[in-house]
Design a protein around this ligand. Structure first.
Ligand code: FES
Length: 178
């Protein structure tokens, strides 16, 4: 490995992850998933991917292909909290673009998403905003996921309340919507 980039997950930890998955079906995918999970900022940093490539003897290009193919892999640092707004047809029809626009109260968010970025993270790394093509819950549109909890029929008032709660550090239980 000849990278000079910072590695976000200790190589000892990556070695442990590799050892515990050796020879198992889907080894590469699981290793990548667990390394991302071990990263404080929940993303696959270039140095970690290079280390995995060397250790598993898998071309780095293949690791990047996997990381970009599956939407649950992140190539950029993620915020402590994640808000995912569905942009599928049913949710769009029921106003999900408006919900996304509501989140433009986060400085830089609208510009980033409008310019084609798939996600936006606030500078303080507290909140990441992402979009998804469909949650498969179209009858409940518009649908938003907050820290993996799905909320249905979300209104502007509610998403702004969710955002405020996250910014104030309130727990998920306090975010429950009707
Ligand atoms: S379009 Fe949003 S859940 Fe299907």
């Amino acid at each position: 490995m000849n990278t000079t980039q910072e590695i976000f997950v200790e190589t000892k930890k990556i070695d442990e992850i590799i050892a515990s998955n050796a020879g198992k079906p889907g080894e590469l995918l699981t290793v990548m998933e667990e390394v991302q999970e071990a990263n404080e900022f929940k993303f696959l940093d270039p140095a970690s991917m290079e280390y995995i490539s060397c250790k598993l003897k898998v071309p780095l290009s293949q690791i990047y292909s996997v990381a970009t193919f599956y939407s649950f892999f992140n190539l950029k640092p993620q915020g402590k909290n994640t808000i995912i707004v569905c942009r599928g047809t049913a949710c769009h029809t029921k106003g999900s673009k408006v919900l996304l626009d509501d989140l433009s109260v986060l400085p830089g968010c609208k510009d980033a998403l409008d310019s084609g970025e798939s996600s936006f993270t606030t500078e303080d790394k507290q909140i990441t905003v992402k979009t998804v093509a469909c949650f498969g819950q179209c009858a409940l549109a518009p649908v938003v996921a907050v820290n993996s909890v799905i909320y249905s029929n979300v209104t502007s008032e509610q998403i702004l309340q969710i955002l405020q709660n996250l910014q104030e550090g309130k727990k998920d239980e306090n975010l429950k919507l009707s």
